[in-house]
Design a protein around this ligand. Structure first.
Ligand SMILES: C[S@@+](CC[C@H](N)C(=O)[O-])C[C@H]1O[C@@H](n2cnc3c(N)ncnc32)[C@H](O)[C@@H]1O
Length: 244
């Protein structure tokens, strides 16, 4: 389940915030997958499938792909398991513990973990044939810089796909969603993960994250052409994309 950065003091700079985010995910890593599937009633798997469907990997099945903020590598594995995929997927995350738990699953051999900060990716310009981020960009301390860094490592013509939570706009559904997301989910998340704040910051971060139209503008501003988005599950999540 996507988590937000812990609250920072006004004095905290970007590196303090990054450290807080990394420590939070490292702390909840052992319970992350269970809570992900449990709290989303398993719908997160469908969302990741939709993200891979949008990537356009079929044009270069033997290519090199990036899963940024990869966590426990579920999205990377979803791509690697596709029939006809013959390439490699680098799953990059700055929490070594999240990656380690991902590697312990029965992953396809074409998934390679990489300890890396999405804001400073250790890859040359134009290295990848496509990139994906699931529930990651909301945790970046600088969204614009993160999207620009993803643009940098993509070759011209490659696609970026971003999966992220958003807030439903249809009022009756939104009220129900808010009750679940703001009241129940933090209680369950805290009880299961043992982390005092991580699952309270999740709804808080979604509230303060750019709405789909605004995120589309960020994707465009980062240098992606033909950007677009679609809402998933009544607007609980959104898929954005753009071409380098
Ligand atoms: C909510 S999890 C999503 C994990 C995975 N993509 C998924 O779909 O389950 C967010 C992940 O982003 C990582 N993350 C946050 N900020 C990052 C950054 N600046 N660089 C690299 N990883 C980052 C966290 O360590 C965490 O594993």
């Amino acid at each position: 389940m996507t988590l937000a950065p812990p609250a920072s003091t006004p004095k905290a700079d970007s590196s303090d915030q990054r450290r807080s985010v990394r420590e939070m995910f490292t702390a909840i890593a052992p319970r992350y997958d269970f809570l992900n599937h449990f709290l989303s009633l398993g719908i997160d798997r469908r969302w990741r499938r939709a993200a891979v469907d949008r990537l356009g990997w079929e044009a270069r099945p033997a290519g090199l792909y990036l899963d940024a903020c990869a966590g426990t590598l579920d999205l990377a594995a979803e791509l690697a398991r596709r029939r006809g995929f013959a390439g490699r997927v680098v799953g990059a995350d700055f929490s070594a513990r999240m990656l380690k738990l991902g590697v312990m699953k029965a992953l396809p051999g074409s998934v390679r973990p990489a300890a890396a900060d999405t804001l400073e990716l250790p890859f040359p310009d134009g290295r990848f044939d496509g990139a994906m981020v699931a529930f990651g960009v909301r945790n970046l301390t600088d969204l614009g810089a993160g999207l620009a860094e993803l643009a940098r490592v993509l070759r011209p013509g490659a696609r970026l796909v971003v999966l992220e939570f958003t807030t439903p706009v249809w009022a009756p559904f939104r009220a129900l969603y808010h009750f679940y997301f703001r009241r129940l989910l933090p209680l369950i998340g805290r009880a299961v993960s043992g982390h005092p704040t991580a699952y309270s910051y999740l709804p808080a971060s979604v509230s303060s994250f750019p709405a789909p139209e605004q995120l589309l503008n960020h994707v465009r501003a980062a240098g992606f052409r033909d950007p677009g988005y679609s809402l998933l599950t009544g607007g609980v999540a959104a898929l954005h994309w753009g071409t380098r």
